[in-house]
Design a protein around this ligand. Structure first.
Ligand SMILES: NC(=O)c1ccc[n+]([C@@H]2O[C@H](COP(=O)([O-])OP(=O)(O)OC[C@H]3O[C@@H](n4cnc5c(N)ncnc54)[C@H](O)[C@@H]3O)[C@@H](O)[C@H]2O)c1
Length: 382
């Protein structure tokens, strides 16, 4: 890996490259290059200026997906759904066509998982070579998977290597993606709650290769608000008795989460923060798929708490967000910060990126304000 120079280009390899979040990210980065305002981009705040983060116009996108729908078609659908502004297609069409050449459609072959990893790693290496990239950061924005059962081979790298070379499936696609990224010398961020970097052996694999990883499950809506409100209740010594949330969501993500097994991954990661911040409180989080809502999400939360001498009170909030518009700038932030981590020789888990996630890796800190301070400290340290 070379160090950063003024004209270096950094590759961003997206697993799930034709999804709503990925398409919004790729089109959004192109729009910024054409003069769009960087609203929603944390790394454009003054705290991050002057620390050598790679400029957005130096990011080059590539990626894997299991579908082959052209990016331009995905963009048209996002514009029709109001996620992206009308007129953007003519502005960024050439950029999307250029990116199209860097996308690889995954095909199922009857090969071992070790061979699968090697094939995906070869795609990433070829991308880096073809585009003359100084480094590649990988980000998983593929559909959320159902929880994957623990396997004895998840315990250490030696057992994992042996098992991967055999005929059995020992890891889900998200973990193969992480290993492929590490094989290709890339960092890996999981934007989803999938299994990916959860197994100990996958983390050790990254450490062996001297690479950083982070995640998981970006907080862009209900959980983001929770991570501001829960510390408020704690700091004012107010007792929270119950916190119930209902989420209505359409789009590809909503359709995926309509499967109760996949929703389990998401709900577990959504609930973790609240328990860490407030201890055990009553109430549940639900996600309901409402197809006509498309990429728009409504979260309604109801909080029962008590104050001085046990007086009962209630707080409610409604969050109506456009999922991909909230997510895409964070993907760009994470790409820039991962590139900085690679350059700085960061190895292993990156808990200082917890600010972006519902289930921050190797961290129990969920307060947005404290997470922000930790992130800025890390950026300034170097
Ligand atoms: N939008 C947000 O605010 C937000 C927040 C947190 C997490 N996420 C997560 O980001 C992910 C993407 O969300 P989205 O709205 O773009 O979903 P989407 O359904 O529009 O896109 C997912 C893409 O992943 C592809 N895919 C599925 N399996 C794959 C595999 N094994 N390898 C490569 N590609 C694969 C699909 O074909 C699809 O193109 C989801 O897991 C979602 O839970 C989104």
């Amino acid at each position: 890996m070379s160090t950063r120079t003024g004209d270096e280009r950094v590759g961003v390899w997206l697993f799930g490259a034709r999804g709503s979040v990925a398409t919004t990210t790729i089109a959004g980065a192109a729009a910024l290059r054409h003069g769009g305002a960087p609203v929603g981009l944390v790394t454009e705040l003054p705290d991050f200026a002057g620390h050598g983060l790679v400029p957005i116009d130096r990011l080059v996108f590539g990626g894997h997906d299991i579908i082959g729908t052209p990016l331009v078609k995905r963009l048209e659908r996002l514009i029709a759904g109001g996620v992206l502004p009308h007129g953007l297609d003519s502005l960024v069409e050439a950029d999307l066509t250029e990116t199209e050449a860097n996308l690889v459609t995954i095909e199922q072959h009857d090969v071992s998982q070790a061979e699968q990893i090697e094939a995906w790693a070869a795609d990433i290496r070829a991308f880096a070579q073809r585009q003359q990239l100084s480094k590649v950061v990988a980000i998983n924005v593929a559909s959320t998977e159902a929880p994957y059962p623990p396997h004895p081979a998840h315990a250490d790298v030696a057992s994992l290597r042996e098992a991967l070379a055999g005929p059995d499936e020992v890891l889900p696609a998200s973990s193969l993606a992480a290993l492929a990224a590490f094989e290709a010398g890339a960092s890996f961020i999981d934007f989803t709650p999938s299994t990916s970097i959860r197994p100990e052996a996958v983390r050790q694999y990254a450490v062996e290769r001297g690479l950083p990883f982070g995640g998981q499950d970006a907080k862009t809506g209900e959980t983001l608000v929770k991570s501001v409100l829960a510390p408020m209740f704690s700091a004012r010594a107010l007792k929270v008795h119950a916190w119930s949330g209902t989420n209505l969501l359409g789009g590809g993500d909503g359709a995926t989460l309509a499967d109760p097994r996949t929703a389990e991954s998401k709900n577990t990661s959504k609930e973790r923060g609240l328990t860490d911040m407030l201890g055990d409180v009553a109430g549940e989080v639900h996600i309901d798929y409402v197809d006509p809502m498309g990429d728009w999400k409504t979260a309604w939360d109801h909080i029962v708490f008590s104050g001085f001498l046990g007086v009962r009170m209630t707080m409610q909030f409604t969050w109506q967000g456009c999922d991909s518009a909230l997510a895409a700038p964070l993907v760009l932030d994470l790409a820039r910060l991962s590139a900085a981590a690679l350059e700085r020789g960061q190895v292993g888990a990156m808990p200082f990126l917890g600010f972006f996630f519902k289930d921050p890796i190797e961290s129990t800190e969920h307060s947005l304000a404290r997470q922000y301070d930790e992130l800025v400290r890390w950026v300034r340290e170097w």
